[in-house]
Design a protein around this ligand. Structure first.
Ligand code: FPP
Ligand code: MG
Length: 336
């Protein structure tokens, strides 16, 4: 368990802070296993499948960090960190069914092991557990969780539906990312302030920070899908391309092709081919990864990380703010 409870690298600057967060992460980890306990074998094993497979625990890390703007050492902070990680976990079970993704966190996706019905029901089960933990935090937390859940679902639905007629596809896509990824990271940052007795005027700045970091995080994730190996990311590269997700590099390359860029048009031909065979997928992935649009997409991720930092202007200078800055930088520089 201990390898999962180490604080994210962005909390390396101060040894005392890193130790303190590490101790709290251990408590979060223990509670995650307790809360997901089931008496019968199938729900128990399926609930713990992705939990045990690893993961960065980015949301609990962020929450434990913003909690240091107040008194981080209270029971509610551990509960809040458990709740956000459970919501995230639940969403991954559903997401892998929707994306037909074979691998997650280096392990076979739940639907590959038990089929779609068990995977979907396990996601529901984890979400029910998250709701139980959030209920302990009171009605304000339940309200925030309900709004977050709505945004997670709408993000997925709007990604599936595509941009409405006449809308800018890039703006549409950024809103999808804000909803499907930014919303829960925003809630994590906000919960840290809400339940630590910190100055509540800081709740909105850190919420906005989380939302923008979430956009940067997902833009980086889309690039990782193109540029890393399965061994590095624990996922299957090219999944987005095969599922025809219009990620930012894809949107950029289509726009460039429409404006007459011949190299972009060649990439679009590869993307629009039948991608069922691994060879066709690899040709499309490699061509898009090598095209300058992928660098442009990475630059856009960096701009969102900078915008996230700018949202922290009202937060007092100090170790927490420095660590949040490092967190924003780490989401775009990561390779897995
Ligand atoms: C990953 O996106 C997916 C999300 C960040 C959100 C998924 C949300 C839902 C399935 C709806 C909410 C459901 C519950 C039960 C809370 P991705 O496929 O682009 O990223 P990946 O590479 O990690 O798969
Ligand atoms: Mg997915």
């Amino acid at each position: 368990m201990s390898h999962l409870a180490s604080p994210a690298t962005f909390i390396g600057a101060d040894a005392q802070l890193a130790t303190d967060i590490s101790t709290q992460l251990e408590a979060v980890e223990r509670r995650l296993y307790e809360v997901t306990e089931q008496t019968r074998k199938l729900p128990d094993t399926a609930s713990k499948h992705l939990l045990a497979a690893g993961g960065k625990r980015a949301r609990p890390n962020l929450l434990l960090l913003t909690a240091r703007l107040g008194d981080a050492h209270c029971e509610a902070i551990i509960d809040a960190a458990v709740a956000v990680e459970l919501i995230h976990l639940a969403s991954l079970y559903h997401d892998d069914v929707m994306d037909d993704a074979p691998v997650r966190r280096g392990a076979p996706a739940a639907h590959e092991v038990w089929g779609n019905s068990v995977a979907i029901l396990t996601g529901d089960l984890l979400f029910s557990k998250a709701s139980g933990v959030t209920a302990k935090l009171g009605p304000d937390a339940v309200r925030v969780q309900a709004d977050t859940f709505e945004r997670l679902v709408l993000g997925q639905l709007n990604e599936f539906a595509g941009a409405p007629e006449g809308a800018d596809p890039i703006e549409h896509y950024i809103q999808v990312l804000a909803d499907k990824t930014g919303s829960l990271i925003a809630t994590s940052a906000q919960f840290g302030v809400m339940f630590s007795g910190a100055d509540q005027a800081l709740a909105e700045p850190v919420r906005l920070f989380g939302e923008r970091v979430g956009i940067a995080f997902q833009l980086a994730d889309d690039i990782i899908d193109l540029t890393t190996t399965s061994a590095m990311s624990g996922k299957t590269p090219g999944t987005d391309l095969r599922e025809r997700v219009p990620t930012l590099p894809v949107l950029y390359v289509r726009a460039a092709a429409a404006e007459g860029d011949e190299s972009a048009a060649e990439v679009v031909r590869l993307l629009d081919a039948d991608l069922t065979s691994d060879a066709a997928l690899e040709a499309a992935r490699a061509a898009l990864a090598a095209h300058p649009v992928t660098i442009r997409a990475r630059d856009e991720a960096s701009r969102w990380a900078e915008a996230a930092k700018a949202a922290l202007d009202p937060v007092p200078e100090g170790l927490v703010k420095e660590s949040l800055f490092a967190f924003a930088d780490s989401v775009v520089s990561r390779t897995a």
